[in-house]
Write a protein that binds this ligand. Sequence first.
Ligand code: SF4
Ligand code: SF4
Length: 193
Amino acid sequence: MPIAESDVRWVEEPRLGILEQLYVPAIVEGLQTTVQHLFQRKITVQYPEEEPTAVSRDFAKLPANYRGVHRLNRDEQGRVKCVACYMCSTACPAHCIDIVAAPSPWPDREKYPETFVIDELRCIYCGMCEEACPVDAIELTTLYDLTGLSREEMMFDKEKLLSVYDQTVKAGTDPIRTRAGKLSVASEPPLPS
Ligand code: SF4
Ligand code: SF4
């Protein structure tokens, strides 16, 4: 339907003064902004010369809840904490966690992950796996510079995920942020009938 003539409002183009025609106010305003920024706190990180980390200077510090590369945590005895319950892979919206469970070689749990693979290329780093895990076995770390030369390299298996744990704990960059402690009820073997 065409617009009625009475609904049309014509707007007059504002007349510019001599200064505005010379762009002087705009240039002064731009210079003011530049000078203001010269004396403000710097927030740009000159990556890769300057790398933000969990413990670096304030403006280059990653937030405490930053979600980077995964790790599989170890328990007090250095064993993988995971009890192969599939909660993380069920919660994962990207379907990038592949677990094969096997009977546990240890008496304090029923199952353990024989294989545990995360496709880091498919992952959207949402943190749902960390949220879902009942025994705090999987966490996302502050490692962000993830590179690889092949798709296979980006498939992180159990050993690689445990090595991320070792590396981050040794570096002190990622304290265990989920509830640390004993394996929860999810890992308890069934009671004898
Ligand atoms: S961070 Fe999200 S997408 Fe990535 S593995 Fe965990 S649940 Fe899946
Ligand atoms: S939710 Fe935790 S315990 Fe369960 S399979 Fe995933 S990492 Fe292992």
